[in-house]
Design a protein around this ligand. Structure first.
Ligand code: FE
Length: 182
């Protein structure tokens, strides 16, 4: 897990000078890519175990000051999320396999419609979410025949945050994610 420690030290240094969200996303994406996504030799196997029925999230690191968290997202073949939001910035990095992220935007009539084409993220790629850059999306494993693993960084302990899941008609329900290992 040395690479994780190096990454979190670099994140701490980045956040120490109180950058705005755009800078966190820009520089944090490069740190995530260079420290964690460029080498697939550090994630413990226990943090990459899929569940038979649904995607899983494992907590890898939680900042003591609550400024960010790092987790692995493990997708069984063909697994997906519902449409959901985050309420904080998030960096979606790919370690193995691939994730497809489709953003959604609220229409004048209140319904949700795709916001441009889906983004197909490959190992080494990093996508971003936030209320400023687009916060509602649906994510799926890009593959129907194998496990994919993402490394996600959020500007909070994401499982401590009250979020929402959405239906295409624009209606929402409260949502809080949970870690498989906490
Ligand atoms: Fe998400």
């Amino acid at each position: 897990m040395d690479r994780l420690h190096t990454f979190t030290a670099a994140m701490d240094a980045l956040l120490a000078h109180r950058p705005d969200e755009a800078e966190i996303i820009e520089r944090g994406s490069l740190l995530l890519r260079d420290h964690l996504l460029a080498h697939d030799d550090w994630l413990p196997a226990a943090m990459a175990q899929p569940h038979r029925q649904h995607y899983r999230q494992y907590l890898l690191y939680k900042d003591a000051q609550g400024r960010y968290s790092v987790s692995s997202f493990v997708w069984g073949p063909g697994q997906s999320t519902p449409l959901h939001d985050h309420t904080v910035w998030g960096l979606v990095g790919i370690l193995r396999g691939g994730e497809v992220s489709q953003g959604y935007r609220r229409q004048p009539d209140g319904t949700l419609a795709p916001d441009g084409p889906a983004r197909h993220l490959q190992p080494g790629d990093v996508g971003a979410v936030s209320p400023a850059v687009g916060d509602i999306h649906q994510v799926l494993n890009a593959y129907r025949d194998r496990v994919s693993v993402g490394i996600h960084v959020y500007g909070a302990d994401i499982c401590a945050i009250e979020r929402k899941v959405y239906a295409l008609d624009g209606s929402s329900k409260p949502f809080r994610s949970s870690y498989a290992n906490a």
